[in-house]
Structure formats: structure tokens, C-alpha cells
Write a protein that binds this ligand. Structure first.
Ligand SMILES: Cc1cc2nc3c(=O)[nH]c(=O)nc-3n(C[C@H](O)[C@H](O)[C@H](O)COP(=O)(O)O)c2cc1C
Length: 495
């Protein structure tokens, strides 16, 4: 890649700033920037969980191999962060699988894995104003005009069905052309050429709406793509049920427990994470559509559905020793686990407003982290399960089926949930259909014309106000005695 300025060190950048020293605008601030970025996370894993870090030094081919490695690890029950030091000989390491491990995500919030959804639910409501700094290390290298060549980045081809290599860990930032409030979120980016990417805005949240509004005004939408972020940014970017004047960056600050450090890049007055590895500045074109996809999606299917938008890059900024980041796609945990956690948190937040007796929510990985929500509640009156079903379907576009169970059922054990459905449901009164509801575009069962489908609620709670069959239980004390007996017989079993 041709570079306009490869010689500026991070320290020089700090000395170059003329503004009086502000809180956080010192050499120490670089530590804060790193801590809030991908390298801060990698440091934490290497320091505190070295067994969860896998560095692969040898050459790995850019087509299919990195994805196959991550899936093979998953089959073996392992979810380490993986750094491919040499992916396709591109001269830049590629980091993947940063979000596949509940233990590591929980550590980012300073809690245990079991506390993760609840901690996320609480912290993502503590919006914190951002701090703008002027010393982002991604200004070390600036590449513009004809020198831009995205094909030189280590962008893997993940599945044989994929139409091209895809940038899967690009956080797109833009401002609402009407209100000026910005957003940030992942959107898949298909490599179409040196400065051209296909993009799909199919989740139809803020970025889709901002682009639609810009198009209505006859304008392209200025967009910055951030690559190389901390998992807490990944997590915060997946929130959606928050007031329109709130910035997602303020939600991410709430997750960090300190203001998120942003810096101005060179497009559309956009602020982007100062601690990131790389920024690609450009715009999503108005009224231009080009074929995009197929792509191996979180549904476990090749997806041919796309909004078929086009992003044109005008500038790349990056650290001198930048690392590339890629989310392993398809049904990899790296792609789905955070969707499970954030949906569990968002649904909990919506339900708790009206139904304090809701105990927990589980969106299983096996339902693509999206399509089924299981809710446990301590029911106090008939009709509460129906309220929970309606509130969930009204909150989460992707949810198709909601199952409500009593709080004696372990919703993280699918066998227990099936047992409740098998023994507590009367189909004629406990199963509800909502035909013609808006579904996810990528759900292969939604109508191809308008993406609607029939949603379903299952009330698998016991009827209240009358006797119901008594569940068989073995007390904790009896279980402990049983384990002691077994241990006496030479068989040690964990409690
Ligand atoms: C790895 C990953 C890739 C994603 N790719 C897309 C995508 O290509 N298009 C899309 O519309 N949403 C995609 N999503 C979901 C959006 O990132 C998510 O809905 C986000 O909240 C949208 O942000 P926005 O409100 O700024 O549009 C992806 C999510 C993840 C975790």
C-alpha cells in the first residue's frame, strides 16, 4: 500500500497537538485508548487467560482455512481468541474469535459467565457521554486516492459459497441526516475492488434508516468503517431498544464504566473509536445497487438476500502496526454469542418494566441466537405469559417463537424446556399464532416478497389458581447424600 505518512510515531502525534493538555490527553491517554481497543482486550486475555489465546505463526491460506480452523476448535469444545500471524502472506495479522467465549466476555465486564446477561442488561442503560481526543494512533498511516487498495488487507474468504472475501468486523458509523445523532454497527462488506465494497443493511435498524433518509434528500451517506475494536464495542453496538437521542457510543461507555474515547476522522464530521486499529472513510451511495452475496450467514445457510448497497472508500487511516479483525461467520460462536447475550438483555429490559416477576431470558445458540426466546417467570396470575409473549415479539424483530415457562424450569437446559412443553401445554389454548408479522430478512422461512411470517407464542406455564400435577424432585440434601454414597463406592461425581 502506498502511504502518505508512515513515519509519524504515536508520541509525535501527541506532541503535535497544540491544544492545552486535557484530562486524558497525555501519553497516559494512549494506554486508555489501547485499553478500550482490540489490543487492550488481547493484552487482558494474554495476561489473565493465556489458555484462551492461540497464536498461529505459520502461513494459513486466506481462502477457507481460517474459518475451518475456528469451526474445528468449536467441535473440540474450544473457543480461544485466534491470531493468524500470517494469513495469506498479507503482512498483517488477522485476529478472530474475540467474542466466542462467555468467560472472556464476562471478564470484560468484570463479572462471572453466569452473571453476564444481567450485568449487560444493567450496564447498557448507564449511558456515559463520550470524550473526544485528538491523538488517535490510527493517524500514523494515511492512504488516499489511487493508493487505496483494500485487496491488500488480510480479508478471508470464509465459506466456499461466499461471493467474495468479506470484511465481517467492520463497524459502520454514520450520522442521522435529520437529527445528527450517530450510530455504530457491524454490516457485512463484500470486497468488490480496490476501493469498492458491497454492503447489506438488511437488519433495517438505524444505518438502514439513515441511508434511506439521505437517499430521500438525494445525498450519499458519509460513513466511516472502524476495524479492530474491543468486544464491549461489539456488544454495545448490538443494542437497539434505546431512546433515539442516545448515541450507541454512550452505551458502550456505560459498558466500559468510563467515557468511550472517540476522535474525529475525515468524513462527515464523524467521531470514531480512537483506540481502533484502522478506519476506512467513504460513503454509501444513494440510488446505486449492485449484486451482493451470497454470504454464509448466522442462520447456517448461504444467504442470497441483501439490500445491495455500495460503499466507496476515499481514505484509510491505520496504526503503523495495525492488526486486522475478522468475525468468523456462519453459525460460529464468534458471530452468534453476543447476539444471544444482547437479545437476552434487551428482552429482559423490556419485560422487567411491566413484569417484575420475570426471572430470566434465554436465546439459545442453536436457534441462531435470534429466532427463539425462552422466558422463565414466577406467574402470579393467568394472562401474564401472554403479556410476556406480546412484549417480546414487540421488542425483538428477529424473535419468531416465544416460550414461557415457570421458574422451576431451567431455561438454559433445553431438555428441561422440552419437558415443560410436553407436560404443561394444551395446544388448543396455550399456543398462539400471529400471522403476517414482520420477520428477519435473512430468515429463510420468511416470505421472499415481503419477509413476513407467522410468529408463535407457547405458554408452557402451569395454570394458576388450581391444583396441577406435582413435579418430582430430589432435594439438594438427598443429592449430596447420594454423591457421598457413590464416592464411598469409588465413583466421584461433581455436584
Ligand atoms: C458479525 C455481525 C455481522 C452483521 N452483519 C450485518 C449486516 O451485514 N447487515 C445488517 O443489516 N446487520 C448486520 N448485523 C447486525 C447489526 O450489526 C445490528 O443489527 C446492529 O444493531 C445494527 O446497527 P444500526 O442500528 O447502526 O444499523 C451484524 C451483526 C454481527 C454481530
Amino acid at each position: 500500500m502506498g502511504a502518505r505518512d508512515r513515519s509519524i510515531s504515536a508520541e509525535t502525534l501527541i506532541r503535535k497537538t497544540n491544544s492545552p493538555p486535557r484530562k486524558g490527553s497525555s501519553v497516559q491517554s494512549l494506554d486508555i485508548l489501547d485499553r478500550q481497543g482490540l489490543r487492550g482486550f488481547l493484552n487482558m486475555v494474554e495476561r489473565e487467560f493465556p489458555e484462551e489465546m492461540l497464536r498461529i505463526q505459520g502461513r494459513v491460506e486466506i481462502e477457507l482455512e481460517s474459518t475451518a480452523v475456528v469451526f474445528e476448535l468449536e467441535r473440540a469444545g474450544r473457543s480461544p481468541v485466534v491470531v493468524f500471524e500470517d494469513l495469506g502472506g498479507k503482512g498483517m495479522p488477522c485476529v478472530t474469535n474475540i467474542a466466542a467465549n462467555r468467560k472472556l466476555l464476562a471478564a470484560c465486564l468484570g463479572v462471572s459467565a453466569a452473571e453476564l446477561p444481567m450485568a449487560f442488561r444493567e450496564r447498557c442503560q448507564n449511558y456515559l457521554p463520550c470524550e473526544i481526543v485528538d491523538n488517535a494512533p490510527w493517524n500514523e498511516v494515511v492512504i488516499e486516492g489511487d493508493d487505496i487498495d483494500l485487496t491488500k488487507l488480510p480479508i478471508p474468504l470464509q465459506f466456499s459459497v461466499d461471493a467474495a472475501p468479506y470484511i465481517t468486523a467492520g463497524q459502520l458509523t454514520a450520522r442521522d441526516p435529520k437529527t445528527g445523532v450517530d450510530t455504530t454497527g457491524f454490516h457485512r462488506l463484500m470486497l468488490r475492488g480496490k476501493n469498492r465494497l458491497g454492503v447489506s443493511l438488511h437488519s433495517r435498524r438505524r444505518m438502514y434508516e439513515f441511508h434511506r433518509r439521505a437517499e430521500e434528500m438525494g445525498q450519499n451517506l458519509p460513513v466511516a468503517i472502524t476495524i479492530g475494536i474491543h468486544p464491549l464495542h461489539y456488544m454495545g453496538s448490538m443494542t437497539y431498544a434505546y431512546p433515539p437521542q442516545v448515541r450507541k457510543f454512550e452505551i458502550i461507555g456505560g459498558l466500559f464504566g468510563e467515557p468511550y474515547r472517540l476522535a474525529k476522522c475525515g468524513v462527515g464530521d464523524l467521531d470514531v473509536p480512537a483506540g481502533a486499529e484502522m478506519i476506512i472513510e467513504g460513503e454509501i451511495l444513494a440510488d446505486v445497487h449492485e449484486p451482493e452475496g451470497p454470504f454464509g450467514e448466522f442462520t447456517g445457510y448461504a444467504s442470497y438476500r441483501s439490500t445491495q448497497n455500495v460503499f466507496v472508500a476515499h481514505r484509510i487511516r491505520m496504526r503503523r502496526d495495525a492488526m486486522f479483525h475478522s468475525v468468523t461467520s456462519g453459525m460460529a460462536k464468534d458471530h452468534i454469542l453476543i447476539s444471544c447475550v444482547t437479545r437476552e438483555g434487551e428482552i429482559l429490559n423490556a419485560l422487567k418494566r411491566n413484569l417484575p416477576n420475570v426471572k430470566a431470558v434465554h436465546v439459545p445458540h442453536s436457534t441462531c441466537g435470534a429466532f427463539v426466546a425462552i422466558i422463565s417467570m414466577k406467574k402470579t396470575a393467568e394472562g401474564e405469559a401472554q403479556m410476556a409473549i406480546m412484549a417480546t415479539l414487540g421488542t425483538e424483530l428477529y424473535t419468531k417463537y416465544v416460550i414461557v415457562v415457570d421458574d422451576d424450569v431451567d431455561i438454559f437446559d433445553i431438555n428441561d424446556v422440552f419437558w415443560a412443553i410436553a407436560t404443561r401445554v394444551r395446544a388448543e389454548k396455550d399456543i398462539f399464532f400471529i400471522p403476517g408479522a414482520k420477520g428477519a430478512i435473512l430468515d429463510p422461512s420468511s416470505d421472499p416478497e415481503n419477509f413476513t411470517l407467522t410468529k408463535m407464542g407457547i405458554d408452557a406455564t402451569r395454570p394458576s389458581g388450581r391444583d396441577f400435577a406435582e413435579r418430582l424432585v430430589i432435594s439438594e440434601a438427598d443429592r449430596a447424600r447420594a454423591r457421598a454414597i457413590l464416592e464411598g463406592a469409588g465413583l466421584k461425581i461433581q455436584g
